[in-house]
Ligand binder design. Structure first.
Ligand code: PLP
Length: 396
């Protein structure tokens, strides 16, 4: 790991360095926009954030978009705006990043996990149905790796039981299910622009919704619970008093971040094509290896191809997952794990009594999964190196 550079200034394997996992493509236009933003002196929430919200809303076809400083914040505020009450049960997947469930806990709600479908790695609607009690109030589907959840079935379950739906779209900016954008099925859709995601602002997030009242509440809660005028109180129309009408948070996005986002969003299609080309090269190269590669993409869906995950089953590969991770690192290829299932973590075991064995699909996949580099930044030579490293490790 001694070659590992900071993610902001990655070496690639093209020049003999370490290929950093999840390193984003950053181009000159956003660099110039950030410089312009610095020169303007307006760093905080202002015109660039308003533009990014406008552009994102149009891209997704939602009525409202509120930019915040992370997807974790987006999830937290969506839970609050959904009007859920302390102790209400919220069902989500055992195979997600800890932020999904931490946001549920921070909102004073009780997370309940459901196991995943072993092929799609998304929430299994049948398992969701099993977990519904009279205290269940919401479902938080996660479009895992960019593959859409079966939103027809999930929305049927939600409607039947009167549940709110908050979609964790951290992997799913480009995702569509039967022609409809991920994040527009439920009450709220939450997005991430963290440094490893498909488009980036460094840290950053967005909530989309068609509920104007909910959007206004989220906007307020993202800035201390102050009335709307607070966003403009330093403008040229003269000082405006604000009033605190809610106990809010400090979750607003900065113009400095939005300056990156507006240009990244414009490049979403060329980036998506590049990710798809890399994805197809991996799938072709690994077809004769004893690995499990991502399942084919379902008809009438768009997969955002956020993660390319392979399963390393020791019985078939002759090497266990953790040894595989070490061997890839030794070959200068950065790899990721998305994710150990949530019940593997001590905090949740102690707080909720969760046990990995109770979610067998998420447990098995979490113990076998490896994410390979998949970024619009990768050159063909980088992809060659990843493929050679995988073949080398398995043949060693
Ligand atoms: C990255 C991620 C988050 C959190 O996003 P941040 O913007 O880093 O807060 C939430 N859920 C999932 C599934 C993620 O991958």
């Amino acid at each position: 790991m001694k070659d590992k550079k900071t993610p902001e200034f990655p070496a690639t394997s093209m020049n003999g360095g370490f290929l950093v996992y999840g390193s984003p493509a950053i181009e000159e236009t956003e660099i110039q926009e950030v410089v312009a933003c610095l020169r303007s002196g307006w760093l905080g929430t202002g015109p660039k954030v308003a533009q990014f919200e406008e552009d994102f809303k149009r891209y997704k076809g939602a009525r409202c978009a509120i930019a915040v400083n992370s997807c974790t914040a987006a999830l937290h505020l969506s839970m609050l705006a959904a009007g859920l009450q302390p102790g209400d049960e919220v069902i989500t997947t055992a195979m997600t990043f800890c932020a999904t469930v931490n946001a549920i806990i921070h909102a004073g709600l009780k997370p309940v996990l459901a196991d995943i479908d072993s092929v799609t790695m998304n929430l299994d609607p049948e398992q969701v149905a099993h977990k519904i009690t009279e205290r269940t109030r919401a479902i938080v589907p996660v479009h895992f790796a960019g593959r859409p959840c079966p939103m027809d079935t999930i929305m049927d379950i939600a409607r039947h039981h009167g549940l709110k739906v908050i979609e964790d779209c951290a992997h799913a900016i480009e995702t569509e299910f039967r022609g409809q954008h991920a994040g527009t099925f439920g009450d709220f859709g939450c997005f991430s622009f963290y440094a490893t995601k498909n488009i980036v602002t460094g840290e950053g997030g967005m909530v989309i919704t068609n509920d104007q009242e909910g959007a206004a509440r989220i906007k307020r809660l993202a800035l201390h619970g102050m009335t709307q005028d607070a966003w403009r109180r330093f403008g040229d129309e003269g000082y405006k008093h604000y009033h605190v009408v809610d106990c809010g948070f400090k979750y607003n996005m900065m113009d400095l971040q939005a300056a990156i986002g507006v240009h990244q969003l414009r490049r979403i299609e060329p980036y998506a094509s590049r990710r798809q080309a890399i994805w197809d090269r991996y799938t072709k190269a690994f077809s004769d290896l004893p690995l499990t590669v991502p399942a084919p993409i379902e008809p009438e869906t768009r997969h955002a191809r956020h993660l390319y995950t392979i399963l390393v089953d020791q019985a078939r590969c002759g090497i266990d997952r953790d040894a595989f991770l070490q061997a890839m690192t030794a070959r200068n290829i950065g790899v990721g794990v998305h994710y150990l299932s949530l019940p593997e973590h001590p905090f949740y075991q102690e707080r909720f009594g969760w046990r990995p064995e109770d979610y067998p699909q998420a447990m098995r996949i979490g113990r076998q999964t490896v994410s390979l580099p998949l970024s619009a930044k990768l050159k063909e030579g980088d992809v060659d190196n990843v493929i050679r490293a995988v073949e080398g490790v398995l043949h060693a």
